[in-house]
Design a protein around this ligand. Structure first.
Ligand SMILES: Cc1ncc(COP(=O)(O)O)c(C=O)c1O
Length: 458
């Protein structure tokens, strides 16, 4: 049997339609078949090791190869692989997980959890709850959803309409009506503003949008505490608190999309906790199971649920639910995953190792091709630029970010290139100080190699 990377690559390209990919690029560069993982590392079929500083799409928080999760999955599959939560039934792992999540989300004020199959579904659920919440109170004209430019909330129609990345939306128009986008709170793009001025400026844009639309027409605002796929945008201090105040002032529901920032990523259990936020809903996926199985969840407050309870008392129902809402094996995986994050102190590790990693990458801010290095816990970015003073974008034809990522990959480190000249990191939360040093060292090397190749063209 031929087990080389190139043979698998050929078959992949021939038979598999890969998400968010271009066949021509896959044909040119090949695909890497990853076959095994342990801790923060994965291995390809030829045995080459990679430090996965993207945690397989921002999500393997507990790390690879965790037998406790595999065993929990196996136990549950043997005991009861499936039973639905519809029509008066439940299964034990989904009830246990709902209770566990409500306990974890106590500081954020969540009281009830609705399960789905992933992050897009979790957003879709939240958006449908928001619209129905107002209809139930005789305010059906409150249907608009505010989001931000560069937001990513998923690929289904509602989540995509909330997404603020035109490249992900334009080909699928017409989108769901009623979605509006405020400015992304990226301070790097507004260099003249101090942190507090930036917080006010970006929050004012949210309020301006709500007011211009008419507050009585706005159902909810959906926001990632740190915008991930749009370029790892860590908002200025004070911005999110101000956005929460604005929502309260205008009676707009606040939905936090914690699909990336949940389960320890930022050095707190949830991103909201960094800013003491108490939203009306929180969406989760990814780190909820660390990717061992697909699962999404939408948590809501008691106050919000009360409106639905009253409706149900009059014979109504929230007519929404995926077949796999509360899948018992996925919920068992989530419970084992949360046990690991909790008992191994991975949230505190994300804070400690994240601070070390940030300080190891910060000297890059002196590099001619770097505009900013920022991070919180184990999520962050290196912002590339053609000119540090003017903060000009890199010429796309140079593909500088791709080339740096390719140089890093050659050296056994996976880092992700995002739009807007951003290289992002979000490794497993079990990352060690030595691994953080490896990431930083390889980044320093890779950027030097690429800079020497392209500097004459900048
Ligand atoms: C913040 C955020 N929300 C929602 C989603 C969508 O999740 P899924 O791909 O599981 O549907 C993603 C996926 O990357 C995400 O980053």
């Amino acid at each position: 049997m031929n087990i080389s990377n190139s043979r698998i690559s050929e078959r992949t390209i021939k038979y598999k339609w890969s998400p968010f990919s271009r066949s021509q690029i896959l044909e040119r560069d090949g695909v890497v078949p990853i076959v095994r993982g342990a801790g923060a590392r994965v291995f390809d079929i030829e045995g080459k090791s990679y430090l996965d500083c993207h945690a397989g799409l921002w999500l393997v928080n507990a790390g690879y190869g965790r037998s406790e999760i595999a065993e929990a999955i196996s136990r549950q599959a043997h005991e009861l692989a499936w039973f639905s939560s519809f029509e008066g039934f439940t299964n034990l792992p989904s009830t246990d997980l709902a209770e566990r999540l409500v306990a974890l989300l106590k500081p954020e004020g969540m009281a009830k959890v609705f399960f789905s199959s992933g992050g897009s579904d979790a957003a879709e659920t939240a958006l449908k709850i928001a619209r129905m919440y107002w209809k139930l109170q005789g305010q059906g004209q409150r249907y608009k959803i505010i989001s931000r430019e560069r937001a990513y909330h998923g690929v289904s129609f509602g989540a995509m309409s909330a997404t603020g990345m035109p490249a992900n939306r334009n080909a699928f128009e017409p989108l769901v009506p009623g979605f509006r986008h405020a400015i992304a709170p990226d301070r790097y793009r507004h260099a003249a503003l101090s942190e507090s001025e930036a917080a006010t400026y970006f929050a004012d844009d949210v309020e301006r949008l709500i007011v211009s639309e008419g507050p009585a027409s706005v159902a909810a605002l959906i926001a990632e505490p740190i915008q991930g796929a749009g370029g790892v945008i860590i908002p200025p201090q004070g911005y999110l608190q101000r956005v929460q105040e604005i929502c309260r002032k205008h009676g707009v529901l606040l939905i936090l999309d914690e699909v990336i920032t949940g389960f320890g990523r930022t050095g707190e259990w949830f991103g909201a906790r960094n800013w003491g936020l108490q939203p009306d809903m929180i969406t989760m996926a990814k780190g909820l199971t660390s990717g061992y199985l697909p699962l999404g969840a939408t948590a809501v407050t008691e106050k919000l649920f009360e409106v639905f309870r009253n409706h149900e008392a009059k014979g109504g129902a929230f007519r929404h639910g995926n077949t796999y809402s509360g899948h018992p094996i996925a919920c068992a995986a989530a419970l084992a995953n949360i046990d690991i994050i909790d008992s191994e102190g991975l949230v505190a590790n994300a804070k400690r190792v994240g601070a070390h990693l940030l300080s190891a990458l910060k000297p890059l801010e002196d590099h001619a091709m770097v505009g900013e290095v920022s991070g919180l816990g184990l999520i962050g970015r290196v912002q590339l630029t053609a000119n540090r003073t003017a903060r000009t974008p890199l010429p796309p034809a140079l593909a500088a970010g791709d080339r740096i990522a390719a140089e890093m990959r050659r050296r056994g480190v996976i880092m992700r290139q995002l739009p807007h000249d951003v290289l992002s990191y979000s490794p497993p939360l079990c990352l060690t100080i030595e691994e953080a040093n490896e990431l930083a060292g390889v980044f320093h090397e890779a950027i030097e190699v690429v800079y020497s190749q392209i500097r004459k063209d900048l």
